[in-house]
Design a protein. Sequence first.
Length: 258
Amino acid sequence: MPHPYFAGLDAPRVLAHRGLVTPELEAGGVAENSWASMLAAVDAGAQYVESDCHLTSDGVAVLFHDADLRRVAGDPREIASVPYAELRSLMADRGGLLTLEDALGAFPAARFNLDVKAEAAAEPMGRLIAPHAERVLLTSFSDRYRLRALAAARSVRGSARPATSPGRGGIARVLLGVASRSRRQQAAAFEGIDALQVPERYGAVRVLSPRLIDAAHRAGVEVHVWTVNDPERMRALVSLGVDGVITDRADLALRALG
């Protein structure tokens, strides 16, 4: 049975990657994963919002992709070394810093696709999302981080399991299962996951294939492809059978796939 995360909304799913920063917003200094970018995504009609989490030096889970401030603010310090109040000040003219707790509260109708970017963030993230498990999908390149966050969410009394997508190790197991053509191996590889979020290619390796999509669907697992910004390619992927696209341009995707 599909996870409640997918209930009531039709595919293809458009997942707003780090919110939405249009060229106009970018020219105005708005950064990805900020208050302004998340608000822009929701205002454009995105029902699914993708973001990333790090932990500040004083233990606040914030939406931020990079481990440091170099790209966003020209500051070499790592997020983990900066207190929340200072980080909030640095982001004030870049769209505003958004904590995970504030994001879940401010956008109650949105469904969040959250990437655990740092091991220290895993358990705080899990506890924060526990009351919202039906509208959160947890993922990470690290299956260890992801599983720690899931365990923390489940440790909260009365909570349900968030949806989840595997990290690199889990994806490798899925690809090996598909290559083996063994239904048993494929079923084992897909066990415990709700979505498979992959790029079309990883370097020279072709990841997405009709056989992979078919195997995922047999297991009741959705396939989402990242990061797709060309509307023509979005339509081609949906025709191939993918269930959703993760995109920097949710506004264009919603028009292309609506």
